[in-house]
Design a protein around this ligand. Structure first.
Ligand SMILES: [Zn+2]
Length: 127
């Protein structure tokens, strides 16, 4: 690993330790390379703060995608009650972590997270 050059792919920070971000598995435990083979082949580099936010962004996107499938009547991970509750808790956690960060995340807007939490609140929880 070469940590001496380059800048953070999200906020552009230089002179700080950068970490390679690999998508690995998604929030629902599915391997990413099954869903998006190209995304893991060009890893990006992030500073510590953005690396943490990147994880939040990934979980948020996974949950939003499944929520969209649920509302469209397609098969969704969120149609299982335990996954629905887990996703709901994770969104609250993401929201709390974002609001604890002094500056607006370059990766994830807290408004988007709040909106999705409200939508999940009004969705019928699967049994
Ligand atoms: Zn950064």
């Amino acid at each position: 690993m070469n940590l001496s050059t380059g800048s953070c792919n999200a906020c552009g920070a230089v002179g700080t330790a950068l970490m390679k971000f690999s998508l690995g598995k998604d929030f629902f435990g599915r391997p990413y390379d099954r869903l998006s083979p190209s995304s893991d082949q060009s890893p990006k580099w992030y500073c510590e703060a953005c690396s943490m936010q990147k994880n939040l962004q990934r979980d948020f996107r996974d949950i939003r995608t499944e929520y969209d499938k649920l509302t469209a009547g397609h098969g969704s991970e969120l149609s299982r009650g335990d996954e629905f509750r887990r996703a709901s808790l994770r969104l609250r956690e993401i929201s709390a972590l974002l609001s604890a960060t002094p500056q607006q995340s370059p990766l994830l807007a807290s408004n988007d997270v709040t909106l999705l939490i409200e939508r999940l609140n009004t969705a019928t929880m699967p049994v």
